[in-house]
Design a binder for this molecule. Structure first.
Ligand SMILES: Cc1ncc(C[n+]2csc(CCO)c2C)c(N)n1
Length: 231
């Protein structure tokens, strides 16, 4: 079995919990509460900004131009393409996208981004890839599942979101992650492979927790007057 398939197999209970999450189910049913959509976009905007920085760290681990080109293209994808699903949520919530930018990271978004940063600063390229992979992988599976189960028409409120993540581009990104993870695992010792699995599982858990954070509009326990920096 490919190493990437083993990671996916170990994470199966987490992926299943994500498919059953009320936010994710709500996307399929077309009825996510507006406050949850707003919280999600505010947090995801900052999450994706940090994700681009982490791709920059990943570039510093690359030994081939092919790997560098992949990460460079992914920065372009995050900056230029992921605004479409965000716009879909904003339209349904009836808010302007520009009004949701520059929020401080909530505890779960902070935790998730720091986890990926730690793996990419201190770990190998394989560890970095394993920590980042659940991001496209879970969304690709959610998109594909909702597309086939709901088969939304253009009247569905989340037609754009489902079409975006269920389309082949996110599938291809996931497959490229899998191939690169497999190539790294071939060269890795047992300890590094254990770390890759651990990073992958933690990021999968944090993907699940990110949906809960938005659904419950998670905040820091003590509310302050001034908003602190999102960095
Ligand atoms: C919490 C969270 N997780 C995953 C994604 C989706 N996503 C983020 S980056 C990327 C591909 C990057 O190469 C994909 C598919 C998101 N928007 N927010």
């Amino acid at each position: 079995m490919r190493f990437s398939e083993k990671l996916r197999q170990e994470a199966d209970p987490i992926f299943n919990a994500i498919f059953e999450h009320p936010f994710v189910k709500g996307i399929g049913e077309g009825n996510v509460p507006k406050q949850a959509l707003i919280h999600y976009v505010m947090q995801d905007y900052e999450y994706l900004t940090t994700f681009c920085r982490i791709y920059g760290l990943a570039v510093s681990k690359c030994t081939t131009r092919e790997d560098m080109t992949f990460f460079q293209e992914q920065i372009g994808f995050v900056l230029n393409e992921e605004i479409h699903p965000h716009n879909n949520f904003c339209e349904v919530a009836g808010v302007r996208y520009e009004d949701l930018q520059k929020a401080p990271l909530a505890p779960t978004a902070h935790h998730y981004t720091r986890h990926m940063m730690e793996a990419s600063i201190n770990g190998s390229l394989g560890e970095t890839l394993a920590a980042l992979a659940p991001c496209p992988w879970t969304y690709w599976e959610i998109g594909r599942k909702l597309k086939s189960e709901v088969n939304p028409d253009k009247q569905h409120p989340f037609y754009d979101w489902i079409s975006f993540y269920g389309n082949d581009e996110v599938g291809t990104i996931t497959e490229t992650f899998m191939a690169k993870i497999d190539a790294c695992a071939e060269q890795a010792g047992e300890r590094e492979k254990e770390l890759m699995l651990s990073h992958f599982l933690k990021s999968s858990q944090l993907e699940h927790q990110f949906w809960t954070m938005a659904y419950e509009q998670e905040e820091w326990p003590v509310r302050l007057q001034s908003s602190i920096s999102s960095l």
